[in-house]
Design a protein around this ligand. Structure first.
Ligand code: NAD
Length: 313
């Protein structure tokens, strides 16, 4: 049994990772300030002797004894990370410093949940890990993008300077049950609009593309990355390379929900990338991993989840 600290453990991805680690028989300490996470995401784990929760903000130091750290704390959707952009940068940067300091003290292996946003609005398509990105340092998304880039820098400097065992996952768009209905991410937006019979809003002309990874596939990759015996720092792209346009996604959601919603078009927000697709050759080679869940199957699970939660609210 490994003692594992999971920051951001009450969030969308974090709560699925808590489930997985507890199911694997690990001893999990979930740390969260509940900014975007919720107790409802982890309530089913209360009372399990393998699971503990601590309300804590990672911008402050934390002293606990653990063997592995998954650092996921950070609001991930634009609505939430732009709500208090200074706190977003602090969460990424001070949070990384605090967690790296802890990892150094207790000699823990530490994994950072980084993001495809480090590539910004890319000129290279699909994006391999060697691509340095094209990020606006002063835009409204910069608190998130540059915060995550700086966190990667800190991870590598702790690795080079102090010999820390680091793992960096660059996560691409992930979706699934426990996403928040109002967080502005495209999959949850479309599903909620379709279920409520509201207009489906497409920003831009609908031809911009994204790739969507189902949460179970993503969690499998994070666990494999952490478990990898040989030294492997990453960064490694984790995502689903199958690309869909926003219009294709909207039409699939309409079909699966049998909704009569109309599709309407709005202006594209500032710095919104036109295309985003991971090159996952490195993950395939190093982790023997690739996504298994099709968009259609993942959407069905997610739609079922939103149907239940919207009925309850
Ligand atoms: N979901 C995705 O598609 C995606 C893509 C790329 C990267 N990521 C990264 O994965 C991680 C998890 O994302 P998510 O989608 O689960 O988002 P989320 O907002 O659901 O989860 C983030 C969690 O971190 C917590 N948190 C925020 N600030 C904190 C702080 N200062 N101290 C302690 N806890 C804090 C929140 O309360 C929440 O529980 C994030 O670091 C995000 O940047 C997610």
């Amino acid at each position: 049994m490994t003692k594992i600290l999971l920051t951001g453990g009450a969030g969308f991805l974090g709560s699925h990772l808590c489930d997985r680690l507890v199911a694997d028989g690990q001893d999990v300490l979930c740390v969260d300030n509940f900014f975007t996470g919720s107790k409802a995401n982890i309530a089913h784990l209360y009372g399990n002797p393998l699971f503990e929760v601590l309300r804590h903000d990672v911008t402050f130091p934390l002293y606990v004894e653990v063997e592995q750290i998954y650092n996921l704390a950070c609001p991930a959707s634009p609505v939430h990370y732009q709500f208090d952009p200074v706190q977003t940068t602090k969460t990424s940067v001070h949070g990384a410093i605090n967690m790296l300091g802890l990892a150094k003290r207790v000699k823990a292996r530490i994994l950072q949940a980084s993001t495809s946003e480090v590539y910004g609005d890319p000129e290279v398509h699909p994006q391999p890990e060697g691509y340095w990105g094209r990020v606006n340092p002063i835009g409204i998304r910069s608190c998130y993008d540059e915060g995550k880039r700086c966190a990667e820098t800190l991870f590598f400097d702790y690795h080079r300077q102090h010999g820390l065992d680091i793992r960096i996952a660059r996560i691409f768009n992930t979706y699934g049950p426990r996403m928040q209905p109002n967080d502005g991410r495209v999959v949850s937006n479309f599903i909620v609009q379709a279920l409520q019979g509201a207009d489906i809003t497409i920003y831009g002309d609908g031809r911009q593309s994204r790739s969507f990874c189902y949460v179970d596939d993503l969690i499998e990759a994070l666990v494999r990355l952490m478990a990898l015996g040989q030294p492997f720092t990453g960064p490694v792209n984790i995502g689903n390379p199958t690309e869909f346009t926003m219009l294709e996604l909207a039409e699939t959601v309409l079909r699966l929900t049998a909704s009569r919603s109309r599709i309407v078009y709005r202006n594209l927000p500032q710095d919104d990338p036109r295309q985003r697709r991971p090159d996952i050759s490195l993950a395939r080679g190093q982790l023997q991993w690739e996504p298994r869940v099709s968009l259609e199957d993942g959407l069905k699970e997610t739609i079922a989840y939103f149907s239940r939660t919207l009925r309850l609210s």
